[in-house]
Design a protein around this ligand. Structure first.
Ligand code: NAD
Length: 471
């Protein structure tokens, strides 16, 4: 064991961990970050699920596959004639990998620039105290004054549909198909089911999504979910609600799947099955129990400042309570680094945005109308369709709307919900408005450039007071 004692050791180099490490180093703390993730060449890479097998590669494939739709269905109306459109999945996969490799390499570069020591190997806690000892990669023991656990999550499995890695796969396998499966089954109409279902549908797969719950996108505002269901159906995503999968079996080149819907048994055979039923916190090998670190249903128990039972032990990101979103993990990572440095940061959990990168995109922040109704809150609402916006017309992207919910008395924005072009970027205005405690009137009186999609956000704010201009 070396004499060196780090101020901060971060275990896990995903968005929670690498941001914590960089922020800690920026604040002058002597910092190390350990990860065991290996790329296909066997090199240790940082970036975790998000960069390696999550947000980044899926968005690359979503963009490539949507370009196929543009070329096939929309170019002609712009007067761009391309003839028969062919899809080269290998080229798409190569592009995806290049983006991943560049960004993953970028984290290594940021570590170097900020003097974060990049350690390679699985971490196991040896002892906890004012100075903690953590074994990395089974050999090296590292000492630290503060420990941040950011070990993330893995895809949840269900007993009726065990993964075989070839025909029954999780999100990782679903990003690697060499060609669109002719018939693709998906268990779970959540974020991953919809995003990856969209990718392969656009590339030619027949897609059937089986969802156990009776409601579609129950976390989204009902108006948005209803609009989305209609649009996705038109795109050919066959979404079946109240359909809990009871068995999936590989036989030869097919996967036969059984499910129950309204008390009736149903079955179908697919070329591939993606299981996308949520994710579970990952703490394997950390030795939490022996170290006396509490867990609850697998999640490391933390307070609102991500302290895990002791002043110098923290956990952030998917491995703790709250939404499993990269940007939530980043917020927590930065907060914890700043706390260790003696600052007084907070995470504004109520203004964490959600985005689903389908086409059109879906994004929201704050309360849904149902949540406001259920809590007895008095509110006013305004919505505005993209179809009435000049820029959306020019883009040929007229599906969807922005809906703003504001407190009846104070007019403060309490929720913003978008389905439409650029929703993932437009939601930032709603997040900022809520963070700054803005009223819908503040948005309504803010000049928005013309012609832009952002005008839809402003018109929805005007509509809260019944004075939208362009409808
Ligand atoms: P999810 O929680 O979004 O959706 C899982 C769905 O599977 C749910 O609707 C659930 O009711 C359904 N389900 C569960 N068991 C089932 C069964 N036996 N049969 C049929 N349906 C069943 O989870 P996900 O899509 O797997 O995503 C995992 C996590 O990753 C989520 O927490 C998500 O926030 C995150 N993620 C986020 C993004 C994004 O922000 N755009 C993208 C991908 C993943």
């Amino acid at each position: 064991m070396s004499d060196e004692i780090y101020d901060v050791l971060v275990v896990g180099g995903g968005p929670g961990g690498y941001v914590a490490a960089i922020r800690a180093a920026q604040l002058g703390l002597k910092t190390a970050c350990a990860d065991k993730w290996k790329n296909k060449k066997g090199e240790t890479v940082y970036g975790g699920t998000c960069l390696n097998v999550g947000c980044i590669p899926s968005k690359a494939l979503l963009e490539s596959s949507y370009n196929a739709v543009r070329a096939r269905e929309h170019f002609a109306e712009h007067g761009v004639i391309v003839g028969k459109v062919a899809v080269d999945v290998a080229a798409m996969q190569k592009r995806k990998q290049k983006i991943v490799d560049t960004l993953v390499g970028g984290i290594g570069g940021l570590f170097k620039k900020n003097k974060v020591a990049a350690l390679s190997g699985a971490a196991s806690i040896v002892s906890i105290g004012d100075v903690c000892e953590v074994q990395i990669g089974g050999k090296q023991t590292v000492r630290c004054k503060n420990l941040i656990l950011a070990t993330g999550s893995v895809s949840r499995q269900i007993p009726p549909a065990p993964l075989d890695g070839k025909r029954i796969v999780d999100n990782i396998g679903a990003l690697e198909f060499e060609e669109p499966p002719k018939k693709l089954g998906i268990v779970g109409a959540g974020v991953i089911g919809l995003e990856l279902g969209s990718v392969w549908r656009r590339l030619g797969s027949e897609v059937r999504i089986l969802e156990a719950l009776p409601d579609f996108l129950p976390a989204a505002d009902a108006d948005i979910a209803k609009t989305a269901a209609k649009i996705f159906q038109k795109q050919g995503l066959q979404i079946e609600l109240s359909s809990a999968v009871t068995a999936a079996k590989v036989s030869g080149k097919k996967v036969s799947v059984e499910w129950e819907c309204g008390g009736k048994k149903q079955k179908d055979a697919f070329d591939k099955l993606i299981v996308a039923v949520g994710r579970a916190p990952y703490t394997e090998g950390l030795n939490l129990e022996a170290a006396g670190i509490q867990t609850e249903r697998g999640f490391i128990t933390v307070d609102e400042h991500c302290r895990a039972g002791r002043e110098n032990i923290y956990a952030v990101g998917d491995v703790v309570r709250g939404p499993m979103l990269a940007h939530k993990a980043e917020e927590e990572g930065a907060m914890v680094a700043e706390l260790i440095a003696g600052q007084k940061p907070e995470v504004a959990y109520e203004t964490i945005p959600w985005v689903i990168y389908t086409h059109p995109e879906i994004a929201w922040v704050g309360k849904t109308e149902k949540e406001l109704k259920d809590s007895g809150a008095k509110y006013r609402k305004g919505s505005f369709p993209f179809a009435a916006n000049g820029r959306a017309r020019g883009l040929g992207e007229t599906d969807g709307m922005v809906k703003i919910l504001a407190d009846e008395e104070s007019d403060r924005i309490v929720g913003a919900h978008i389905i439409g072009p650029g929703a993932s970027d437009l939601i930032a205005e709603g997040v900022l408005a809520m963070e700054m405690a803005a009223a819908s009137e503040d948005i309504a009186r803010t000049c928005h450039a013309h012609p832009t999609l952002s005008e839809v956000f402003r018109e929805a704010a005007l509509a809260v007071d019944g004075r939208a201009i362009h409808i």
